[in-house]
Design a protein around this ligand. Sequence first.
Ligand code: FES
Ligand code: FES
Length: 160
Amino acid sequence: MRVTCTVNGQRCEADGVWPGESLLYMLRERLGLPGSKNACEQGECGSCTVYLDGVAVCACLVAAGQAEGRRIGTVEGLTGEDGLHPIQDAFLEAGAVQCGFCTPGLIVAVHDLLARDPAPSEPDIREALAGNLCRCTGYEQILDAVRLATSRVASGRGTP
Ligand code: FES
Ligand code: FES
């Protein structure tokens, strides 16, 4: 079947989508957007986090057909014409990227958090990222990155 949706502000059509196919597969394999990662394919790790009509979801748990007529936002869409998003910069500066497999999902999750709450408390940050697993960093650098991104948003140097 054909799925027509808007991805990162652009109208997209994916042909040949089969009924059991996930949104993650469609994004990566049909629409050329490999930023969202496939680590568990079971909704456990958060590495495939994308926006679906403005709500952060695990793309591996969404059927591609459910995207018909809807708005998808991926990590690729956060990078602007003038470079990386401040959250992406913060992850790099804080050393929160090692193998990088968890990073795209975390960045979307942090983006979602700061859009809802520009000054999250430490428990709020931990709770918001509880569904995003990282096997490399021990999480401290990730928390540092979120604090850095939060301070930049607070000082007006980044708009989630
Ligand atoms: S790949 Fe979707 S949650 Fe792990
Ligand atoms: S940086 Fe490797 S899983 Fe997080």
